[in-house]
Design a protein around this ligand. Structure first.
Ligand code: URA
Length: 238
C-alpha cells in the first residue's frame, strides 16, 4: 500500500517503507481516508510512595507519580488525587470515560485510609469522626472508623469514607484535634494494596475494571462482609 502511493501523512504521499509517523499527532490516510489507531487501554493499581504529586506536571519541579511507571509507553493519568505525602492505592489509566465514571460524585467509591495520628483517642473523638465533623466546606458524611492499634499517644486508625474532598482525612483528623503523622490509602472499592510495596504496581484484571464502575458502596461493603458504615472500637484499646 505504501509503495503503490496509497498512504499519505499530513497530506503528503509517502512511498518509502520504514517512514515514521506519530499516530497521536499526524493525520495518516489510506486512499484519502483517515485511519485511526486504537490505543490499548491501560488500568494500573499503584502503591504510591510519599513524595510524589498526582498531577501531570508540577510547577515546583517535584517528582510526579507517572515517573514511577517506566515500562508503559501510554500516557497515563491518575484517577483522583492523593496528597504529596499520602501513600497507598492510586489508580492510573489512559481511559478517560472510565476515570470520569469513577470520579463522578454520583458514583460513591468507598476509600479506606490507615492514618497514624498523635493525640487523645477517646470515644468522643471516634464518635465525631464517625458521625461527621464540620469542615470549612460543610459537614462530612458518616464514616467507618476503627482503631487498628494504639501505643501511647500514637494510634493507627482505619477511616473509610465515600466522599473525596480535598485533604479530607487530614482535615477530619485536625478538626478533632489529632495530628496526622502518616496517611495511607489502603482500599479503593473492592481493591486493596495487598502485597504491593510503595512504588510497585500491577495491571487491573478485566473483572476489577468492570466491577469498579458497576459496584455501589453497599455492594462493596457486602463483598467485604464486615465493617458497617458506623465506627466500631476494639474495647481493649479505649
Ligand atoms: N485525604 C487526605 O487528607 N489526603 C489524601 O491524600 C487523601 C484523602
Amino acid at each position: 500500500m505504501i509503495t503503490s502511493g496509497r498512504v499519505a501523512v499530513n497530506g503528503t504521499t509517502v512511498t518509502t517503507l520504514g517512514s515514521k509517523a506519530d499516530p497521536e499527532h499526524d493525520t495518516i490516510t489510506l486512499d484519502g481516508k483517515p485511519i485511526t489507531v486504537e490505543r490499548p487501554r491501560i488500568y494500573i493499581l499503584l502503591n504510591k510512595p510519599a513524595g510524589y504529586v498526582t498531577t501531570m506536571s508540577d510547577p515546583e519541579g517535584r517528582p510526579i507519580v507517572t515517573d514511577i511507571i517506566k515500562d508503559i509507553p501510554e500516557r497515563l493519568f491518575p484517577v483522583g488525587r492523593l496528597d504529596f505525602n499520602t501513600e497507598g492505592l492510586l489508580l492510573l489509566t489512559n481511559d478517560g470515560d472510565w476515570a470520569n465514571k469513577l470520579a463522578h460524585p454520583s458514583h460513591e467509591v468507598i476509600k479506606e485510609y490507615h492514618v497514624k495520628v498523635r493525640g487523645d483517642i477517646n470515644t468522643q473523638t471516634l464518635d465525631k469522626l464517625a458521625h461527621g465533623v464540620k469542615l470549612d466546606d460543610g459537614w462530612t458524611a458518616p464514616a467507618a472508623v476503627t482503631v487498628i492499634r494504639a501505643v501511647g499517644k500514637n494510634s493507627w486508625l482505619s477511616i473509610a469514607i465515600h466522599e473525596g474532598r480535598y485533604r479530607q482525612v487530614r482535615r477530619m483528623c485536625e478538626a478533632v484535634g489529632l495530628l496526622v503523622a502518616r496517611l495511607t490509602r489502603f482500599r479503593y472499592g473492592n481493591l486493596q494494596i495487598d502485597s504491593l510495596k510503595p512504588g510497585e504496581y500491577r495491571h487491573l484484571t478485566p473483572a476489577e475494571i468492570t466491577s469498579l464502575v458497576t459496584n455501589t458502596p453497599q455492594k462493596q461493603e457486602k463483598g467485604r462482609g464486615h465493617q458497617k458504615f458506623l465506627h466500631s472500637r476494639k474495647k481493649n484499646v479505649i
